[in-house]
Design a binder for this molecule. Structure first.
Ligand code: ADP
Ligand code: TMP
Length: 235
């Protein structure tokens, strides 16, 4: 398979068209941004770690009956995925208050939530990815009610599977962000990546943060945290 042209270069990945119709190659970069691009930097080795961890989680989810865009990992920094008609939503699932939810609801970070919370953000850089509800999504014409039902069902299943697995690695899955697209038959398919860039992972014993918050909050030990997470996940 050959790359033919850049379809899209985002903040963390480059999506290439290929000579195989319906297949893309994703290149995972070391570039990191936070605050909708306000803070920029590099996390050395991140691209390789996020590629490997995403491939690992997508395979694990497939074993549990959850389809994703993942086809195969072809080298250190690249994977082949199915090209999808992306839905312009970030789907966030939270088990413990942290980040923007802690601020919005006035909960101290680390407060366990009575029930997992699902939020949608409208993926739109100019608007700063605003939080939206089902009604906003209807008027924006981004997804149908049936599609949102399917997205929520898959998202909560992913939460169960990942939380259980990570608990066995002494990691608390605090929250995470997913993206979805439609395949050629209009079926909802999990896409993008699952990595320390878009999940909060805390050590269960020490509450140490092992994710991108170390970059967002200038905590240091960023590369080490990504390496530690990959080691635990794949051990
Ligand atoms: P961003 O666009 O937020 O800067 P990235 O750098 O991660 O993010 O770029 C990857 C882009 O590719 C995202 O916009 C994401 O929605 C999109 N994408 C992810 N998976 C697929 C897929 N299977 N088909 C088409 N686009 C995808
Ligand atoms: P938040 O607390 O900043 O809203 O983030 C919730 C989760 O979603 C956290 O795991 C980080 C992830 N996330 C992304 O992956 N991309 C984003 O643009 C945002 C805002 C959050």
């Amino acid at each position: 398979m050959e790359k033919t042209k850049v379809l899209y270069e985002g903040k963390a990945k480059i999506m290439y068209e290929t000579d195989e119709p319906g297949k893309l190659i994703v290149y995972f970069k070391d570039d990191a941004t936070a605050g909708n691009g306000a803070k920029k930097g590099t996390i050395e080795g991140k691209g390789s770690i996020n590629n490997e961890m995403s491939a690992f989680f997508f395979k694990m989810l497939k074993d549990h009956g959850i389809n994703s865009h993942f086809v195969e990992k072809i080298n250190d920094r690249e994977m082949v995925v199915k090209s999808l008609d992306m839905i312009a939503l970030e789907v966030i699932v939270r088990n413990v208050a942290a980040g923007s939810l802690a601020k919005r609801l006035g909960f101290p970070e680390g407060t366990p939530l009575k029930t997992p919370v699902l939020e949608y953000c409208y993926k739109n850089d100019e608007l700063g990815d605003p939080i939206v509800n089902r009604y906003h999504i209807m008027v924006l014409d981004v997804a149908s009610v049936n599609e949102l039902d399917e997205i929520e069902h898959i998202s909560f299943s992913v939460n169960q599977i990942l939380s259980n697995f990570l608990r066995s690695k002494n990691i608390n899955l605090i929250d995470f962000k997913l993206e979805f697209g439609r395949d050629e038959n209009g079926k909802i398919v999990l896409a993008d990546e699952i990595s320390p860039d878009n999940c909060r992972f805390w050590d269960i014993t020490t509450n140490e943060k092992l994710d991108k918050d170390r970059f967002r909050r200038d905590m240091g030990g960023v590369e080490e945290a990504y390496q530690e997470m990959l080691k635990r996940v794949t051990a």
